[in-house]
Design a protein around this ligand. Structure first.
Ligand code: NAP
Length: 446
């Protein structure tokens, strides 16, 4: 997948398989996990034929198998496991729809969630995932504005990383015809976050300048594209040097390599007075730097603490450092500086009308060709470790997508002996009953 105008050379560092047909042996991830075969008796298709005098089970009572990525405890990559649940088809409550998920988004929040650092995620065992896209498979009787077969974007607080998901109809949004399922899954969290920060909070206007950190990431690319919908907005974007060509083509006016240079100095060289808006997903000392870079009347929006994360396992030292270096100042100082500070967290936005209005605006911008999610890579559920690794190791340019559909045989490399260990059969999940939390999860909670 390529953004209009993006350069093929810059994409070589990308993992460019988003549809199975894009896969080649070379591009295959190093750590494939084999899906264990479903046991015959669990497969609805493999059910032995019913004896003629046996009572026929109604269609909706028949068990179905559902692939889901379950966080089994807090920790490293191995805590997210592919489980095949055998369950009855979910019954819908009024206002709900059943969605067959085709693609889901991986967000930084799930990296935090896996480490036990995302307060909105229910305790393990839990299926993660906040956004996805797919086809409506059933609607509750009272739902009149969605129908079976509709292609929709779907949102949920958690639980999107599975093949079948029940969501309120008002948390689904019809997809434009030209939008692919990976694009649909990439849109909501990244673009709503960027949109609300830029247009609801910071009120970006023509001629303003914006500092976008993690500019080659999901939110970063969304923010850059949205800035371009406003005339003459200058975007300073921090990212690893290897990503600069791509983000410059995507609209970043001044890409800055934060790894080898002091970005404050670099910005001051170009714009001695600083910037009008800083979007800060990093926290700690970077919040101080962002505040210092603000022009009078400028606004800093704090929306993350990525500095807490240094690898797959929780890093208490990095957390302490980020916490210790938090910006704190008194309101008198703020008044005298003529600066604004705000915080944003999409997870705590409860205004349904704001949600719906923002999604409608974004879908319209997509229709007009003004925004287009950049898909970095797509991974099947059994490759979730590689997907998370890609983000932790700072390799992604744009969105990392998870595909519930099993990986096709021809795409799989030769299995290694130890593989397949994070794939489980899970009959305990029948009727939604939760499994016992792992010891590690319990230990983390205490
Ligand atoms: N408050 C909210 O509502 C909200 C909503 C969505 C996201 N967020 C926040 O926005 C930020 C971006 O989220 P995202 O989902 O779009 O992720 P993302 O930007 O795609 O994250 C991965 C990229 O970020 C950069 N990066 C910087 N620090 C990193 C670190 N400590 N670990 C790994 N990568 C790091 C890397 O790019 P480089 O190679 O260029 O460094 C990496 O490729 C996160 O802080 C997230 O928590 C907040």
């Amino acid at each position: 997948p390529r953004l209009p105008g993006s350069h093929p050379a810059a994409e070589q560092q990308q993992r460019p398989h988003c549809a199975s047909r894009h896969m080649s042996g070379e591009e295959a991830p190093t750590q494939q996990q084999q899906v264990e075969q479903q046991q015959q008796q669990q497969q609805p298709d493999g059910d032995p034929p019913a004896a003629s005098d046996a009572p026929q089970e109604p269609e909706e009572e028949k068990p179905i198998s559902v692939r889901a990525l379950v966080l089994t405890g807090y920790g490293g990559y191995d805590k997210v496991r592919l489980q095949v649940k055998t369950q009855k088809k979910p019954r819908l409550q009024p206002g709900e729809v059943l969605v067959r998920v085709k693609a889901c988004g991986l967000n930084f929040a799930e990296l935090l969630g896996r480490q036990g650092l995302y307060e909105l995620l229910p305790a393990p065992p839990v299926t993660m995932g906040m956004e996805g896209s797919g086809l409506i498979e059933a609607v509750a009787e009272d739902v009149k504005d969605r129908k079976v077969g509709d292609r929709v974007i779907a949102l949920s607080r958690s639980g999107m990383w599975q093949e079948l998901v029940v969501v309120p109809a008002n948390r689904t949004f019809p997809m434009p015809e030209q939008m692919s399922f990976p694009e649909g899954a990439a849109l909501p969290i990244n673009y709503m976050t960027a949109y609300m920060m830029l247009f609801e909070m910071a009120n970006v206007r023509p001629g303003k300048s914006v500092l976008v950190h993690m500019a080659a990431g999901g939110v970063g690319i969304a923010a850059t594209q949205l800035c371009q919908t406003v005339r003459d907005v200058t975007v300073f974007g921090t990212a690893s040097a290897s990503k600069h060509e791509t983000i410059a083509q995507g609209g970043v006016t001044h890409p800055i390599d934060y790894r080898t240079k002091d970005y404050v100095e670099e910005i001051r060289k170009i714009s001695p007075k600083g910037v009008d808006i800083v979007l800060d997903p990093l926290g700690g000392s970077d919040t101080h730097k962002g505040y210092s870079l603000l022009k009078p009347m400028g606004m800093l929006v704090v929306f993350g603490a990525a500095n807490c994360v240094t690898g797959q396992k929780k890093n208490l030292l990095a957390m302490a450092k980020t916490w210790y270096n938090q910006l704190s100042l008194n309101t008198l100082k703020l008044m005298q500086a003529n600066k604004a500070i705000s915080g944003f967290h999409l997870g705590y936005v409860t205004d349904e009308e704001l949600f719906a209005r923002t999604m409608r605006s974004l879908i319209e911008l997509y229709r007009q060709g003004k925004i287009k999610p950049r898909i970095d890579s797509c991974f099947h559920f059994e490759e979730v470790t590689d997907a998370m690794k890609r983000m932790h190791e700072r390799q992604n340019i744009g969105k990392v997508i998870l595909l519930p559909e099993p990986k096709k045989e021809e795409e799989k490399p030769e299995p290694k002996a130890e593989e397949g260990k994070n794939v489980e059969q899970n009959e305990a999940a029948v009727d939604g009953k939760k499994e016992e939390a792992t010891e590690e999860a319990e230990a983390e909670k205490n």
